[in-house]
Structure formats: C-alpha cells, structure tokens
Design a protein around this ligand. Structure first.
Ligand code: C2O
Ligand code: CU
Ligand code: CU
Length: 433
C-alpha cells in the first residue's frame, strides 16, 4: 500500500431511497447510491481524477472541503455542473497533505438542501509514512442529522431552519442511528470524527473510554493531547485515539452547547447517544503505544497583510414576513464580486469578528490556516496546541485571529459553514493572484 500513482473514481449523484424507520422509504440524494457517499482514500503524492456524473435533476458541483486543490477544480458555485452533465475533477495530493477531508456539493443557492438530503462523503488522504500504529485501525465516523415527516419523507426547510440553520431530530453516524462497534478490552481505535451536519454543534463525551486528540481538519498534530470532551462545529473534524480499558458499554454522547438560538424550537442538544462500543472482557492483543511525536508543524511566518471580516445578522420586514440577512462586512454574497485580493505565498492575518447573536463557524477554501488567538469580552486566549484548520467556530461576541498563506492562485470562497447562512449571504470571494 501507499504507492503513489493515479487514483481514479466515479461519483454519480442521484436520487435514492433509505430506510430510517420500519415500513417507510425516505427519498434521499446519494453519491453512488449511498449516504454518506463512498469513503475515498488516496495517498499523499497521488494524482486524483474523479468523474462526477450529475443525475439529480438540477445543477450541482463537488467541492473538496479542506483540500489543497486548484481553484478551478474546487467545485465553486462559479463552476456549476448542469443537470445531466459529467465533468472530471483532477488534482495532485502534495506531500504533507495527509488528513481528514470531505466532499459535498456547492452550487449557488442549493448547497444546504443538497447536503441535508444526503450528498456528502469523507475523503481521507493517507500519509506514506504514518506514525499512528496500524493496529488501531482507522475508522471514519461521519455525523449527519435527520428530520423525518410522518410519511417518512424529509420535510422542506422552514423559516426557523433558515434563521438558525437546519438541525434534524437526531444525529446519524455513517447514515445509521446509534450504530454498534465491538472491541476487545485494552484495544485502542483511531477514529476520525466529521461534523457533516448543516447546522448542529456537537459537544461530545465518551463514557467509559479515554480520548486523545491526534489530529484536526488538516492532519496530525505535533503530539497527542489528552481530552475529556470535544466541540465540533459544522464542518469541523477531529482525529482521535480512543482507548477502551474497561469491559462494558462505552458510549459517545452529546452534551448541551449554547450556540445562540434565535426564536422558538431550540433542539435538545444533550443526551443523544451517537455510538455504542461494546468492550468485551477478553483482553486485546497488546497494542503498540502511540508515539510521543506525530509530526512537526511549521508555525506560519509573521503576517505582512491583515484583514478584518465582521459577521453581522440583519432583520427586515417584507411582504412575506421577517427576512434574515447574514452579512460579512455589511455585504451579502455576490458571485460577481471579488471581496479580497490576495497575493499567492504572502502570509496574512485574518481577524474574524462575530458581532452577531449566534455562533458562526468560519471556513476558507483551498488552504489550511492556524488559529493564533481568540478574544472575547476583553479576554485573549491562545489555542492549546498548534493545528492545521480549515473551519473554526467564532462564538457570538468573539474575535478569532488566524494566519494563513494561500499558495494556489484563483478565486476561493470563504463563508459561514451553517449552510443556510452561507446561502443567505454570509460568504465572500478571495481572489489569489
Ligand atoms: Cu464545506 Cu464552501 O464548504
Ligand atoms: Cu470548503
Ligand atoms: Cu452562520
């Protein structure tokens, strides 16, 4: 394994059905008939060529969330694939790009619906030399959430969904409700957690198991970090090593997280069991230890340019009622407008200022960044470890400062990854020259 080469695949987006409740078929959208779509695994150094066949009856794209792909291969809303059409996405996976990425549609004004109806999948880039022991396995857990009407269909989004982002009634893991895993006592597992929901914040604890963070959106950390809980905002990922030391059930469950809900209908966040691991009392074979160093991450150079992006929400009355707007620097997204011009290779500081009443997870295409500090109520804090990120939560009233160096020219999107907010305007374009 791990021989660099050509990685070819075909992804067909089409209508399908799924069984979430007995005796009811739910119409969904699926890549190659499954939701989430097929797990794609390729290696650093590979050349990737993926043929996308759009059979969903409306325009779509495939966006390679977090991946260092050329701008014209990144499935931007400016490059739609018409209903019935095919296109090939081609890109190289550079050295050092190993990490937990994903793919999903990004067509203008239709992203939120195509994603909650089922179009999303994981794209794992594997390292040629991986410091994490192979004995831990490597398991993707992709979280989505589901809301069903009485007839088993997925209802259309409401006004409330537009405002807060669509949150389903329960969370699915790889398309299933509370799936089971079985491990032997003393086993360790490498788990890649993906928040692929439109708008649900996941604050997670693992009862009867010990979690260690080993990676973020853009691959491994420098060294493992022990943790008791994880907060994943929409689109974020985390790589964990989980140790199952005592027999019995180990459960991954949600805790309450207040992300600033507007109006009625705040979903119950706490107490959902997402995954149950049965730990048998037969001891596992001795597991090799996790190395103390995983890799080194170069701290980005002092920025020569700094930018400020201010997130606000507006409300206006019109003929049909209250209309929400989600703005960056006072503007709603315009596909024909370049908001920022950046120079390739130049280190930049971006200050994301959330002056709104809800948390908004900030995401940038095409490059990974490093969070330098957060500020809220006059208090400044540094992140506990250096990490590559492409999505970071900016809590209401908070300012997050991050540094980046965009290497590849072209137009890139940045936006709130609550997909309904992205559609209602909270998105911009940076043109890298
Ligand atoms: Cu998952 Cu524009 O991104
Ligand atoms: Cu993205
Ligand atoms: Cu938002």
């Amino acid at each position: 394994a791990g021989r660099p080469g050509l990685f070819k695949a075909r992804l067909t987006a089409q209508s399908a059905t799924a069984r979430f409740v007995a005796d009811r078929d739910t119409p969904i959208l699926a890549y190659n008939g499954t939701s989430p779509g097929p797990l794609i695994e390729a290696f650093e150094g590979d050349r990737v060529e993926i043929t996308f066949a759009n059979r969903i009856g409306e325009q779509s794209t495939i966006h390679w969330h977090g991946m260092p792909v050329p701008a014209d291969q990144d499935g931007n809303p400016m490059d739609p694939v018409a209903a019935g059409a095919d296109r090939i996405y081609a890109f190289d996976l550079p050295e050092g790009s190993a990490g937990s990425y994903w793919y999903h549609p990004h067509p203008h004004g239709r992203t939120a619906e195509q994603v909650y109806r089922g179009l999303a999948g994981a794209f794992v880039v594997k390292a040629k030399a991986d410091p994490v022991p192979a004995a831990y396995g490597d398991t993707v857990l992709m979280f989505t959430d589901l809301r069903l009407a009485a007839d088993g269909s997925m209802p259309d989004s409401t006004m409330n969904d537009q405002m807060n982002g669509r949150v389903g009634d329960h969370v699915l893991v790889n398309g299933q409700k509370n799936p089971k895993l079985t491990v032997a006592m003393g086993a360790k597992r490498r788990l890649r957690l993906y928040n692929a929901t439109n708008a649900r914040f996941l604050r997670l604890v693992f009862a009867n198991a010990v979690m260690t963070v080993i990676g973020s959106d853009g691959g491994l950390l420098e060294k493992p970090v022990a943790t008791d809980e994880i907060l994943l905002s929409p689109a974020e990922r985390v790589e964990l090593v989980v140790a199952f030391e005592r027999p019995g059930a180990a459960t991954l469950t949600t805790l309450d997280y207040d992300r600033g809900w507007m109006g009625p209908g705040r979903p119950a966040d706490a107490g959902q069991t997402l995954l149950t691991v049965d730990v048998s009392d037969a001891p596992a074979e001795a597991m090799p230890p996790l190395p103390e160093r995983l890799r080194s991450i170069a701290r980005l150079a002092a920025p020569t340019v700094s930018r400020r992006l201010v997130f606000t929400e507006t409300m206006a009355m019109n003929a049909t009622g209250m209309e929400m707007g989600f703005l960056i620097n006072g503007k709603a997204f315009d596909m024909g407008r370049v908001d920022i011009v950046a120079k390739a290779g130049e280190p930049e500081l971006w200050e994301i200022v959330n002056q709104a009443d809800m948390d908004h997870p900030f995401h940038l295409h095409g490059t990974q960044f490093q969070v330098v500090e957060r500020e809220r109520g006059g208090r400044v804090s540094k992140p506990p470890y250096l990490a590559w990120k492409d999505t970071v939560n900016v809590a209401r009233g908070e300012t997050v400062r991050l540094v980046m160096r965009q290497e590849r020219p072209g137009s890139r999107m940045y936006h709130c990854h609550i997909l309904e907010h992205e559609q209602l305007g909270m998105m911009g374009i940076v043109d890298v020259q």
